[in-house]
Design a protein around this ligand. Structure first.
Ligand SMILES: [Zn+2]
Length: 87
């Protein structure tokens, strides 16, 4: 099964970074046990969504995308200065 993934980074006005994968937003998760892995959690984690994404060390590709979202993708307002299509 091939999963087409579109992913990019956006920077919010407050300076925090979000990863956007297939229109779902993720925020960086600091995990002391896996400090070498770049783990990002779905921004709706507080709603019970357990999806997470793991990026490689360069954060230029997704190594793993786990789980299924239990909600609709959020409406994203892309800042004009966002990098289009970071791969
Ligand atoms: Zn989610």
């Amino acid at each position: 099964m091939i999963i087409l993934v579109s992913a990019c980074f956006i920077t919010l006005r407050n300076g925090s970074q979000r990863l956007v994968v297939n229109e779902f937003t993720f925020h960086r998760s600091y995990d002391r046990k896996h400090s070498d892995a770049r783990r990002w959690r779905c921004s709706a984690r507080l709603k019970g969504c357990k999806v997470f994404a793991i990026l490689n060390g360069n954060e230029d590709s997704i190594v793993r995308l786990s789980g299924t979202h239990n909600h609709e993708p959020p409406k994203i307002r892309r800042p004009s200065e966002a990098d289009p299509g970071t791969r």
